[in-house]
Design a protein around this ligand. Structure first.
Ligand code: SAM
Length: 320
């Protein structure tokens, strides 16, 4: 248990997809002045050194954030053998995420989900970060110390207010237990907000925990938005499919007869959806992509995630 360290994988293609979508949600919450809560059940170390032995050993960041930051302007050729494909326009959330990453990448760092949320939070917003790895929690506490002094330039394309000043609460705690134990938010925590659940899926029990905990937490915090990341790994596809089916069944039951809160202009937004990005071949049984489950999406969020997915698919299918 706990062999997993995100430092080996930080900034890979899966992170780029997850963190672009995370930026999109944060931008929507920032569009209103009312404070929000960000709840990260599996926080990791906060941010990562890209010149560390771990990162260099896998080279995953170079193939993920490195490729995205090196990608050309919209309309440019993809460099494919045919040479005719163009990149679609960069979705605003990907543009914002790239801008944020540039601040770290130039100095040899990559921002993890706590750092991205902290950087895009405002004085009244709150972050709850849970991490269970005995070494990773210490690094997270250390890394999050400097956050309050990091400000974004006034032109940062993210709604209202200043950035990088949210109230941060760090828990050395099981995120699967905390998501129902600490939610819905009580006390001084903002009542509107969202959860990012991003387990390492190192243990077979992680799949079962996600299947059971997510529907329970969704029912308990009946206005919260939930984003759940999962890997597409060839040799684990049975477990992944079982988890998705179980989540679909439980969430459908949970929302049956209830109109989603994301209803606008008489149209109905689906109460949950899955979005999957494939970025490698399936032959070796390894990770060939990843998926996100979004529960209680904001208005037209499925469309926004589709655009992000399509854009990243184009970027990562380029041949250099
Ligand atoms: N969310 C982070 C990001 O995007 O930057 C990456 C998180 S990493 C994929 C998963 C983390 O969950 C690891 O740091 C691992 O130590 C931690 N973890 C594993 N099981 C946990 C549990 N039951 N509760 C909380 N954290 C756990």
């Amino acid at each position: 248990m706990f062999a997993y360290r995100h430092g080996f994988h930080a900034g890979n293609k899966a992170d780029v997809f997850k963190h672009s979508v995370l930026t999109a949600v944060l931008m929507r919450f920032r569009a209103k002045e009312k404070p929000f809560l960000y709840f990260d059940s599996h926080a990791g170390a906060g941010f990562y050194k890209l010149d560390s032995e771990w990162s260099i050993q896998t080279g995953e960041a170079a193939g993920g954030i490195g490729v995205l930051l090196g990608s050309s302007a919209p309309g440019s050729s993809t460099g494919s053998a045919e040479g005719t494909e163009s990149l679609p326009p960069v979705p605003p959330a990907v543009e914002a995420y790239k801008k944020l990453c540039m601040r770290f990448y130039g100095k040899g760092f990559y921002p993890g989900s706590p750092e991205i949320a902290a950087s895009l939070s405002r004085p009244g917003d709150s972050l709850v970060l849970c991490e269970l790895h005995p070494s990773e929690i210490a690094v997270l506490r250390q890394n999050m110390k400097g956050v309050n002094s990091r400000d974004f330039p006034p032109d940062f394309p993210c709604g209202t207010g200043s950035s990088g000043r949210g109230n941060i609460h760090i828990h050395y705690r099981d995120g699967f237990e905390a998501v129902t134990g600490l939610l819905p938010p009580g006390g001084s925590l903002p009542k509107r907000g969202f959860v990012l659940m991003d387990p390492s899926y190192e243990l077979p029990s992680d799949y079962k925990n996600v299947s059971e905990v997510v529907p329970r937490a969704v029912s308990k915090w009946n206005t919260g938005i939930f984003i759940v990341w999962y890997p597409l790994v060839g040799r684990r596809m049975k477990q992944v499919e079982k988890m998705k089916k179980s989540l679909s069944d439980s969430l459908s039951a949970c929302f049956s007869g209830i109109r989603s809160p994301s209803v606008n202009s008489g149209e109905r937004e689906e109460p949950f959806f899955f979005s999957e990005l494939e970025f490698a071949g399936k032959d070796d049984g390894g990770m060939y992509g990843c998926g996100l489950l979004v529960v209680r999406p904001q208005w037209n969020f499925a469309g926004e995630v589709r655009e992000i997915n399509g854009y990243l698919r184009s970027v990562f299918s380029r041949r250099f």
